[in-house]
Write a protein that binds this ligand. Structure first.
Ligand code: NDP
Length: 302
């Protein structure tokens, strides 16, 4: 039996944040101000409150100007769109993130599409999803980029490998599948209607689980030596305590896979690190477009 290597997302995310810090310093040197990330939270969903505070705090830690705009749960769609418009026009705002889920009376698609595509650091705007699916450069959703970096760290060659992605959501399943395809993997996307999921998973060299079902993927679903990325975050009660588990039965899978991500401490920390990375990249790209627009292209290209 192979003894799986645990892919430490916490340590790797610290490395990514160091890389971001260096890019932030270069940006400040060139533009005289830090990149700015503005996060909008509507309502008081407890998980969202924690996530948005973390995003603001971690942004500040790498030198990004982080701001959290907290709007009441009664905010109308028109009021939220007005706020987004204000941030779209603000030249010091480089990244805008609207925390999901939104209250039911607000149309999520309309809101995400109202964000300036160049400031869409979550990569959910239809322009960015379109660019990604046509293989062109775009702001790519953070969790999928984090998964790809973890795969790179595992040392697996994706070229020609069979990758099975469990889940077809717009925020994880579909974009991770696009990125795997870009790296020349042969990609199968599975979902709730897929027949004989265990048999399909056993054909995977790379398995990415993003279904939101606690410990769905068992040890005997995994081909010996496969690399398994567990995106799931599920809060369950075990032995009278609340614990976080992934979509993968970690202890079983660790015995079979060549590498597997833990929950917590795997994909989660990578998501925030790549949000910061997207912010500095969006800022750099937008300002170089602006500088070019004013005719001083050489300055931007330096
Ligand atoms: P969604 O609920 O949007 O999508 C879940 C997907 O899984 C759907 O495509 C669904 O199929 C499929 N699915 C559900 N049940 C099964 C099943 N029994 N067998 C096969 N497929 C199934 O979830 P998200 O993509 O938003 O998130 C997935 C998980 O990842 C969640 O646990 C979430 O908390 C976590 N997450 C973690 C992040 C991180 O930073 N680590 C970031 C984002 C999400 P169908 O389309 O047919 O309904």
């Amino acid at each position: 039996m192979l003894n799986g290597k645990v892919l430490d997302g916490k340590a790797l995310s610290a490395k990514v944040r160091e890389e971001v810090k260096e890019k932030v310093n270069a940006f400040v040197g060139r533009h005289g101000r830090p990149p700015g990330l503005d996060v909008i939270l509507v309502g008081e969903n407890p998980a969202s409150v924690v996530y948005t505070r973390n995003k603001e705090r971690t942004a500040k830690e790498v030198g990004i100007r982080g701001a959290l705009h907290t709007l009441p749960g009664t905010t109308t769609e028109a009021e939220l769109l007005h706020k987004i418009d204000e941030l779209n026009r603000d030249p010091n705002v480089d990244g805008i993130l609207v925390q999901l889920p939104l209250p039911k009376h607000i149309n999520e698609e309309r809101v995400l599409d109202a964000i300036d595509a160049g400031k869409d650091v979550d990569g959910f705007h239809h322009v960015n999803t379109g660019l990604l699916s046509s293989g062109r450069s775009a702001l790519v959703p953070c969790t999928p980029i984090g998964c790809m970096r973890l795969l790179a760290e595992s040392g697996i060659s994706l070229d020609g490998a069979h990758a099975v992605v469990l889940g077809r959501s717009n925020i994880v399943g579909k974009p991770v599948a696009q990125l795997l395809l870009k790296e020349n993997a042969t990609v199968t996307i599975a979902h709730s209607r897929t027949r004989d999921l265990p048999a399909l998973c056993r054909t995977a060299d790379v398995l990415v689980a993003a279904v939101g079902r606690p410990e769905l993927v068992r040890g005997d679903w995994v081909k010996p030596g496969a690399v398994v990325i567990d995106v799931g975050i599920n809060r369950i009660e075990r032995d009278g305590k609340f614990v976080l588990v992934g979509d993968v039965a970690f202890d079983e899978v660790k015995e079979v896979a060549s590498a597997v991500t833990p929950v917590p401490g795997g994909v989660g920390p990578m998501t925030i690190a790549y949000l910061l990375s997207n912010t500095v990249d969006a800022a750099t790209a937008r300002l170089s477009r602006l500088v070019r627009h004013k005719g001083v292209f050489l300055e931007a290209a330096r």
